[in-house]
Design a protein around this ligand. Structure first.
Ligand code: BES
Ligand code: MN
Ligand code: ZN
Length: 503
C-alpha cells in the first residue's frame, strides 16, 4: 500500500473514491468538503440536513457522484464530537475509511482533524497513515486461498490531498513518520501472531538478526551455552522444559549518541507459555503464543528507532524461551540462581516471565542506563484489573512515569499507574531461598506482586509495563484486528522521540 502526498483541491481529483471527514453537528460543510458539496449541487448538505448522515464517530455514507466531479464516489466518514477529537480518533476513522475502500484500487483523502479538530498537520497526517496501515493489516500467511479472496482487498494507492502548499511538507513528514511507525507495529504484530511452532526462540533471534541487518542496528545473540556461561539462571531454568534452546537477543541503536543517556528496552519473549508443571487450563492456552508480545514490542520499537534515525542510544534486550513440560523441566520446590546471584524458590512454574526478565534486568545494569522500560505479558491479574484498555505501569521514578504518561496520551496506548509497595515484596519471602517467584496461598494483587519481584533486579530508573491485556484481542477493535495489536511500539517510539529532544 502506497501513501502519496499531493497538492490540490480534492474536489477535482480523478479517482475511485474521495474520503471526507465530517464532524457531528455540522450542517453545511466547509473547507474541502464544502468545495465538493458545491460541485455536487448541495448533495452533502442535503444528507446532513435530512439526517441521513450525522457525523457520528465512525459512521460512513458512500454516494455516487454521477459525473458531477471526476471522482466516482464520495465516502463520508463521521469524526464525532469535535470536543472529543484526538489523534486516536483520527487513527480510528482513517482505519474505517480505508477498510470501507478496500474493494477499490485507489482512494483520495484529506487529512482529518487539522481544521476544526485542532490537530497540527504533521500529527494529523501521522495519525492518518497509522490508522490506514494498522487498520488494514491482516495476518494471512497461513491462509492458502486468501489472496484469491475478496477479503484481501485491492486498495493499493492512497492519495492524501492538501490544498495549502504551506502545509505540504509537514504533511509529507507526518505521513512518512506514521508509515515507519505503523510498519514497525505490524512487524511486532507479525511476530506475535506467528504460532509457537514456527516462532521459536531460535527463529526470533534469526529474525532479529535479519531486521538488524536491514535497518543497520547492532545485534548480538547469546545462545544457550553463552547464557549458561553468563549465569543467567532464570532463562536457563525456564528453557529446561523445552527441546528448543533459549536465546538472549541484544539489539543496539546509535551507541555513539550518549548525550541524553542510554535507554534500555526489555521484552518478555516466552514464545509459548504452557505454564510448565503448574500447567495452564486447556481453554485459551493457544493465546499463550502471544506471550512474547513484550519482545515483539521491543523488536518493533528498535526497528522504528533505526528507521527514524532517532538521535538517542537505545538498547533492546529480549529474553526468549519456551515454557513447557518435560523430564528436565523445573518443578515447584526447585531453587534457581539468577544472574547476579539472587536465589529464587520456584513455587509456580507458570510465573516464568519474571524469571527470564530478572536476568535481563540485571544484564541491563551493564549499560549504566538512564531509563529501563520492560514490557511483558506478565500477569492475568493485570487483565482482571485493567482489561484490554490499558497496560499496568509500575515505576520507581516520577519523571519516567510522567514521560511514559505523556507518550501514552499522544499515542492512545494507555498506561495506568499501579503501586510497588514493599508489602508486595514481603509476600514473596521464602524460607529456603532469597525469594519465591509467586504467592503461595492468597491470590491477591498478582500484577503488583509480579512487578515487585522484578524490582529486586533493578538499580536504575525503571518502568515495568504489564501488557497482558492490550497485547492481543479476541475481536477486532478500533484499528486493531483479532490477534496481536503490537501494543507498546508506538508508545516506546514516542517516548524515545521525546527523550532524544530532552536537554
Ligand atoms: N503469560 C502469563 C500471563 C498472562 C495471562 C498473559 C493471561 C496474558 C493473558 C504468565 O506467565 C502467567 O502465567 N502468570 C501467572 C502468574 C501467577 C502464577 C503468579 C498468572 O497470571 O496466573
Ligand atoms: Mn506463565
Ligand atoms: Zn507467561
Amino acid at each position: 500500500m502506497k501513501l502519496i502526498a499531493e497538492l490540490g483541491a480534492i474536489s477535482v481529483v480523478s479517482t475511485e473514491t474521495i474520503v471526507l471527514g465530517i464532524f457531528k453537528g455540522v450542517q453545511r460543510p466547509g473547507g474541502a468538503a464544502g468545495g465538493v458539496d458545491k460541485k455536487l449541487g448541495g448533495a452533502l448538505s442535503d444528507l446532513l440536513s435530512d439526517g441521513d448522515f450525522q457525523g457520528k464517530k465512525g459512521e460512513t455514507f458512500l454516494l455516487r457522484t454521477d459525473g458531477k466531479i471526476l471522482a466516482k464516489r464520495v465516502l463520508l466518514v463521521g469524526l464525532g464530537d469535535p470536543e472529543k477529537f484526538s489523534t486516536d480518533v483520527a487513527r480510528e476513522v482513517s482505519a474505517i475509511a480505508a477498510k470501507t475502500c478496500a474493494k477499490f484500487s485507489e482512494m483520495a483523502t484529506i487529512v482529518h482533524g487539522s481544521g476544526i479538530g485542532g490537530l497540527e498537520t504533521k500529527s494529523a497526517a501521522q495519525a492518518l497513515a497509522e490508522g490506514i496501515l494498522l487498520g488494514t493489516y491482516k495476518f494471512s500467511k497461513y491462509r492458502s486461498n486468501f489472496k484469491a479472496n475478496d477479503e484481501k482487498g485491492k486498495l493499493e494507492k492512497i492519495r492524501v490531498v492538501e490544498f495549502d502548499s504551506k502545509k505540504l511538507s509537514a504533511l509529507r513528514i507526518g505521513l512518512e513518520t506514521g508509515e515507519k511507525i505503523a510498519r514497525a507495529t505490524c512487524t511486532a504484530r507479525d511476530l506475535a501472531n506467528e504460532p509457537g511452532l514456527t516462532l521459536t526462540p531460535k527463529e526470533l533471534a534469526k529474525r532479529a538478526e535479519a531486521m538488524a541487518k536491514s535497518f543497520e542496528l547492532e545485534c548480538k545473540i547469546l545462545d544457550e551455552k553463552t547464557i549458561e556461561k553468563e549465569g543467567m539462571g532464570g532463562i536457563l531454568s525456564v528453557a529446561r522444559g523445552s527441546e528448543e534452546p533459549p536465546r538472549f537477543i541484544v539489539l543496539e541503536h546509535n551507541a555513539s549518541a550518549k548525550k541524553q543517556g542510554t535507554v534500555v528496552l526489555v521484552g518478555k519473549g516466552i514464545t509459548f507459555d504452557s505454564g510448565g508443571y503448574s500447567l495452564k487450563p486447556r481453554d485459551g492456552m493457544g493465546d499463550m503464543k502471544f506471550d512474547m508480545s513484550g519482545a515483539a514490542a521491543v523488536f518493533g520499537a528498535m526497528q522504528a528507532a533505526a528507521d527514524l534515525n532517532l538521535p538517542v542510544h537505545v538498547v533492546g534486550l529480549i529474553s526468549a524461551s519456551e515454557n513447557l513440560v518435560s523430564g528436565r523441566a523445573i518443578k515447584p520446590g526447585d531453587v534457581i540462581t539468577m544472574l547476579g546471584g539472587k536465589t529464587v524458590e520456584i513455587t509456580n512454574t507458570d510465573a516464568e516471565g519474571r524469571l527470564v526478565l530478572g536476568d535481563a534486568l540485571v544484564y541491563a545494569q551493564r549499560y549504566k542506563p538512564k531509563a529501563v522500560i520492560d514490557l511483558a505479558t506478565l500477569t492475568g491479574a493485570c487483565v482482571i484489573a485493567l482489561g484490554k484498555e490499558a497496560s499496568g505501569l509500575f515505576c520507581n521514578d516520577k519523571e519516567l512515569t510522567q514521560r511514559l504518561q505523556q507518550a501514552s496520551e499522544a499515542t492512545g496506548e494507555r498506561v495506568w499507574p499501579l503501586p510497588l509497595y514493599d508489602e508486595y515484596r514481603d509476600i514473596l519471602k521464602s524460607e529456603v531461598a532469597d525469594m519465591m517467584n509467586s504467592n503461595l496461598r492468597v491470590a491477591q494483587a498478582g500484577a503488583c506482586v509480579g512487578a515487585s519481584f522484578l524490582k529486586e533486579f533493578v538499580n536504575y530508573p525503571w518502568a515495568h509495563l504489564d501488557i497482558a491485556g492490550p497485547a492481543y484481542n479476541v475481536d477486532s477493535r478500533k484499528y486493531h484486528q483479532k490477534g496481536a495489536t503490537g501494543f507498546g511500539v508506538r508508545l516506546l517510539v514516542k517516548f524515545l522521540t521525546e527523550w532524544a529532544e530532552k536537554s
